[in-house]
Design a protein around this ligand. Structure first.
Ligand code: SF4
Length: 350
């Protein structure tokens, strides 16, 4: 059997046919699922997908929503620019008459839609012959065909895209794409792939040349930057001071407590001095407990967070910060790291 027919046979028996987005050919729902799945595991993705399409069942519903509400539903998934792009693209579709685009070029023109998502939407919604190339596909193809071209270079991207296209089952593009992605996720896994029970084992180059742990290859390592955040969770008995994060940085549009950022690790004394400067007019302010410190890892970034809970009998007036009642915190989209700090410091839990 060929590579393609072996994959299709494997998929018929082992594929994840019950996934919610595999039960529909609605391009809007497929689009939402693909964007969600780019940043989370399938099990968690299903919950987000269900909540999202329940609240915004159509493109029009999403386009009419406020950005705050879209971000709130996205909270915890990370990569908030993707949620903003979804929202912007929904408006783009409505401005164009409201019909979801039906060909690759027009789908690809939507804000935030790259080649992978456009191929997925066209194949899954319309049965058009476009091959998807995601991390799973790179891994399966690199291993099976023994390709050592780095997948993160221009040459590699082109080579893998052409190979994926040549292998596509043109009469069943949706099944083929689902098959190779499931095969990568379940069978040819990044660590410890199940080679002994693999239907492609006999002709797999990586298996025979003992290259499984070396493929796929990458050429460059992305530099990781480190940032040092001091958060002051300033609150009274009923409110927490929050501000909206500005554009052009991580967590754009999400809410956070007062932030002081340092260019390098700061000593505890420096931080306490800075806290006292902020609160110099705030009579009776009390730092409630030792600092809560933790690291939060984002793509290409490590955040070092130090967080203090500070109780003030009367909240200070600080430009850009607004008092938010504890009972309304759920309505404000916040990064996961901030939710962790609020919970760990017990703010609002008296
Ligand atoms: S034999 Fe192993 S490495 Fe090769 S395709 Fe199968 S699971 Fe992947």
């Amino acid at each position: 059997m060929s590579f393609t027919s072996t994959l299709l046979a494997w998929y018929a028996e082992h594929g994840r046919h019950d996934l919610l987005w595999r039960q529909t050919t609605d391009p809007y729902r497929i689009w939402i699922s693909e964007i969600i799945l780019q940043q989370t595991r399938v099990s968690q993705g299903q919950q987000y997908y269900e909540r999202f399409v329940e609240r915004f069942p159509t493109v029009a519903d999403l386009a009419q929503a406020s950005e705050d509400e879209v971000l709130r539903l996205w909270q915890g998934l990370g990569y908030y620019s993707r949620a903003r792009n979804l929202h912007a693209a929904a408006k783009q579709i409505m401005e164009g008459g409201g019909a979801f685009p039906t060909n690759y070029t027009d789908v690809r023109a939507l804000k935030g839609v790259g080649p992978y998502t456009a191929a997925a939407i066209c194949a899954f919604a319309y049965g058009q012959p476009h091959a998807v190339v995601d991390g799973n596909v790179y891994r399966v193809l690199a291993r099976y065909f023994g390709i050592t071209t780095p997948i993160d270079g221009t040459a590699g991207k082109k080579e893998f895209a052409q190979l994926a296209d040549s292998l596509l089952a043109r009469t069943a593009p949706a099944d083929y794409n689902s098959a190779i992605m499931d095969f990568g996720a379940l069978q040819c896994t990044p660590a410890s792939p199940h080679c002994e029970q693999c239907p492609l084992c006999e002709s797999c180059q990586a298996y025979h040349q003992r290259l499984i742990n070396d493929l796929p290859m990458k050429s460059k390592r992305t530099a990781v930057s480190e940032r040092h955040f001091l958060y002051l969770l300033i609150h009274d008995a009923e409110h927490l001071l929050l501000e909206r994060r500005p554009a052009g940085d991580i967590w754009q549009g999400l809410y956070q407590p007062l932030l002081i950022e340092y260019q390098a690790p700061a000593t505890e004394q420096t931080m306490l001095d800075d806290i006292h400067k902020v609160l110099h007019n705030c009579e009776g302010a009390v730092i409630q407990s030792p600092a809560f410190r933790f690291r939060h890892i984002l793509t290409h970034r490590i955040l070092h967070l130090t967080c203090y809970a500070i109780h003030c009998p009367t909240l200070p007036v600080i430009p850009s910060l607004q008092p938010v009642p504890f009972c309304q915190l759920d309505a404000y989209a916040m990064p996961r790291a901030i939710l962790t700090a609020i919970e760990q410091l017990g703010v609002g839990q008296d």
